[in-house]
Write a protein that binds this ligand. Structure first.
Ligand code: ZN
Length: 241
């Protein structure tokens, strides 16, 4: 017991020293504002942290987005820790296009922290599944930011992150589309792989849920193949409502 504690403290100090040393050699910038971080800051500076707008969704809260998604799919939990405003917009842009795998996993752990306040351990999902990129886009970008977030969530909940959804249709960039166009565009873009029998509850993870079109399309793909599956949805951010 004592030996375990001593080892834990040594490894904690070791990690701290390594991080300080790495910081000296390779200064790291804040994902929100680009300023060089102080040694005690991880991925996001304190100033940006203070500007993040938490959703504060707790047990029993029915946010408008959650209500809308629930009206379309039998979803168990919908959760996001932050609103997509202020530095969070830049943070998500950075993890999407800037290649920050460690930061994405770290932010995934933040999502999991909120989920742990909503679920008892026996209610945790069996696996975490990211919203996939089309293979062509994946090849160009080299990674899927939602998979990295899912990995962070899964590690924190003690569950695996699995690429069990496949994007079969390459849809054009949706940023300039109307909400209705975006919705139609994506509805048949995904397919679910066959899941192992023991899988009863899946947590679907995306970086940001905007209209919910992609999330609903992914959820439908999973339920089409596995109608008895329980489904929960988590993202790093949702629009301010
Ligand atoms: Zn910052």
């Amino acid at each position: 017991m004592v030996a375990g504690r001593v080892f834990y403290e040594i490894s904690e100090r070791g990690r701290f020293l390594l991080r300080s040393l790495a910081h000296l050699l390779l200064p790291v910038s804040c994902l929100g504002c680009g300023q060089v971080l102080y040694w005690h800051e991880q991925h996001i500076c304190l100033s940006c942290r203070h500007q993040l707008l938490p959703t504060l969704w707790g047990k029993g809260d029915e946010a408008p987005l959650s209500k809308r998604l629930r009206s379309l799919l039998p979803i168990r939990t919908v959760y996001a820790p932050y609103f997509f405003v202020g530095p969070m917009r830049h943070i998500i842009h950075q993890i999407k296009y800037g290649g920050h795998p460690m930061a994405a996993e770290h932010l995934g752990a933040e999502i999991a922290k909120g989920l742990k306040t909503l679920w008892r351990p026996d209610e945790y999902p069996d696996a975490v599944v990211p919203v996939p990129l089309h293979p062509k886009k994946h090849r160009i970008r080299g990674y899927n930011q939602s998979f990295l977030l899912a990995k962070g969530v899964g590690r924190s909940l003690g569950r695996p992150a699995k690429n069990w959804l496949v994007r079969t249709i390459h849809t054009p960039s949706q940023t300039t589309m109307s909400a209705a166009g975006r919705w139609d565009n994506v509805q048949n873009a995904f397919q679910s792989r066959r899941l192992p029998r023991r899988i009863r509850h899946i947590l679907l993870v995306d970086d940001v849920i905007t209209t919910g079109a992609t999330t609903v399309a992914c959820g439908r793909a999973l339920l089409r193949r596995h109608p008895n599956l329980r489904l929960s949805i988590a993202a790093l951010a949702v629009p301010w409502q």
